[in-house]
Design a protein around this ligand. Structure first.
Ligand SMILES: *[C@@H]1O[C@H](CO)[C@@H](O)[C@H](O)[C@H]1NC(C)=O
Ligand SMILES: *[C@@H]1O[C@H](CO)[C@@H](O)[C@H](O)[C@H]1NC(C)=O
Ligand SMILES: *[C@@H]1O[C@H](CO)[C@@H](O)[C@H](O)[C@H]1NC(C)=O
Ligand SMILES: *[C@@H]1O[C@H](CO)[C@@H](O)[C@H](O)[C@H]1NC(C)=O
Length: 349
């Protein structure tokens, strides 16, 4: 099974003249998603995230906080967590009451979905930033301006958003409390989590990268060949992928395209970067990947231009097919054995 991986034409690049990855900021974010079926039925869902790690979830039938990381209970005493559950319970029900009232006053039809994202961010320069943003049916609705201590409508032509903004801005006390919660409570909790979550936050997964060509255009058309660099399995998220032509980095422009960084199911990330190259131009190409897991070096994957479909890729595909067939045979045999193990009258464990 490892053979196709070993055949991939990857080599380690030297430190070379490549700009360093920018340092990342950390964010503590609470997400609350509510589905309003009608005035008397609402489904609520809440969670907390430290960066991209889910740390807590909220079961809204009981308003019980679930701890999803071994360190997620740190920072507060059990009594303080209980008080927090009570506070969340009260504010959720007051939130739902207010939203229903606004919906009725504004003649908004059910069902609709609200999404609230609030929290704080610590950029590497030591400053901090609090935020509170709300959306309705997936569209920005209102947000809180931390510096001004005021609510802002995110759509100037949305009557419901303007009405909600004015309603919330009348409660000066609540705005001051919110400023304090986001500037002080959230930032303190974030700093404490960063201390305890050190190992989870320092998790490093190395990227695996391959370079291949998209199917060439039909013969006779002058269209360029599209080289694709597929990078996957890396963590944390910041990554830098560049194309080198004859050893020189290709500058930004129409020849480059990128999928952006996308999540995998296992809390790693992937990205595809493509480069359009003129047919038969006689240049050498390579994809360069920089990531914190690579210890200051970079991954350099050359493109085998002389054989557009690359012997490595063909061998890889062939061995991949052989490996899949072998696994299928093994599975089939073990299943057969599994069935044989069951005697009539017995049930499987
Ligand atoms: C409100 O919605 C819930 C869930 O969809 C439904 O069970 C209930 O009958 C509805 N109530 C009213 C008064 O329409
Ligand atoms: C710190 O960085 C953030 C975002 O990167 C920026 O908005 C802020 O102005 C910076 N603050 C200072 C004091 O440099
Ligand atoms: C993480 O923090 C804990 C508690 O502060 C400490 O005991 C541990 O050594 C730290 N681990 C690392 C890898 O820094
Ligand atoms: C970039 O790629 C996306 C799909 O991955 C495609 O929809 C888009 O048209 C491409 N842009 C350019 C300029 O080639």
């Amino acid at each position: 099974m490892l053979l196709p991986l070993l055949l991939l034409p990857w080599v380690w690049g030297a430190l070379a003249a490549s700009p360093p990855l920018p340092p990342a900021s950390v964010t503590l974010r609470l997400l609350q998603i509510d589905v309003f079926h009608n005035a008397s039925s609402t489904d609520m869902q809440g969670m907390a995230l430290l960066g991209d790690l889910e740390t807590h979830s909220l079961d809204c039938s009981t308003c019980e906080i679930r701890f999803l990381q071994p360190w997620a209970q740190q920072g507060l005493t059990p009594k303080q967590w209980q008080d927090l559950e009570l506070l969340i319970h009260r504010s959720l029900f007051s939130f739902i009451f207010k939203v229903n009232r606004i919906a009725q006053q504004q003649g908004k039809g059910y069902p609709f979905v609200t999404q609230v994202s609030l929290g704080c961010e610590l950029p590497p320069n030591g400053s901090s930033r609090g935020f509170y943003e709300a959306a309705v049916n997936g569209e920005d609705f209102i947000s809180f301006d931390m510096d001004g201590g005021k609510w802002v409508a995110r759509q100037e032509d949305n009557v419901a958003a303007l009405y909600t903004r004015d309603l919330l801005n009348r409660d000066k006390g609540a705005s001051i409390t919110l400023q304090f919660l986001l500037r002080t409570t959230c930032v303190n909790q974030l700093k404490s989590f960063v201390l305890y979550a050190n190992e989870s936050l320092e998790r490093q997964e190395r990227p695996v990268a391959v370079v291949f060509a998209r199917a060439p255009p039909p013969a006779g058309t002058p269209a360029p060949v599209l080289l694709v660099c597929r990078v996957t399995g890396f963590y944390p998220r910041p990554v830098r992928v560049a194309w080198l032509q004859d050893g020189e980095e290709v500058g930004p422009g129409g020849r480059l395209n990128s999928s952006g960084i996308l999540p995998n199911a296992d809390l790693t990330y992937q990205l595809r970067s493509s480069l359009a190259v003129g047919p038969g131009a006689g240049h050498s190409y390579a994809c360069r990947v920089q990531h914190s897991s690579l210890g200051g070096r970079s991954l350099l994957i050359p493109w085998e231009q002389s054989r557009p479909w690359g012997p490595g890729l063909v061998m890889g595909i062939t061995l991949g097919v052989v490996a899949v067939a072998a696994v299928a045979v093994v599975l089939w045999q073990s299943r057969r054995r599994g069935y044989q193990d069951i005697r009539p009258g017995e049930s499987r464990p």
